[in-house]
Design a protein around this ligand. Structure first.
Ligand SMILES: *[C@@H]1O[C@H](CO)[C@@H](O)[C@H](O)[C@H]1NC(C)=O
Length: 96
């Protein structure tokens, strides 16, 4: 949360009980070269969820998830609307 210049690269992440990678209120983020593995029958195991984040590049990742592989968010329901920080300038490419 509240971070600038985050890079998460070249890791294998296995069996998170919930969302794997979840930057919040952050900017200038690169997430690449990840292999994310969750069983396809386990719910809520989203892969990468930029949440109220700006300038995000998500590329060259392999994701198996029981829920969303990538979900762009801007907070949670009425709390997100009240806080009012959108996600902007997101690039997503070469996801398998
Ligand atoms: C991640 O792996 C790629 C491919 O091997 C390599 O080009 C890149 O430099 C690596 N990134 C980091 C931050 O080590």
């Amino acid at each position: 949360m509240y971070s600038d210049q985050i890079q998460i690269s070249n890791l294998t992440l296995i069996n998170s009980p919930s969302w794997f990678v979840h930057p919040v209120y952050s900017s200038n983020i690169i997430v690449n070269g990840l292999t994310i593995l969750a069983p396809l029958n386990v719910p809520n195991t989203d892969g990468i969820n930029p949440d109220s984040c700006t300038n995000v590049r998500i590329e060259d990742n392999y994701i198996e998830s029981g829920d969303d592989c990538i979900a762009i968010k801007s907070g949670w329901d009425q709390y997100g609307i009240k806080f009012g920080k959108p996600s902007e300038h997101i690039i997503i490419r070469r996801i398998k």
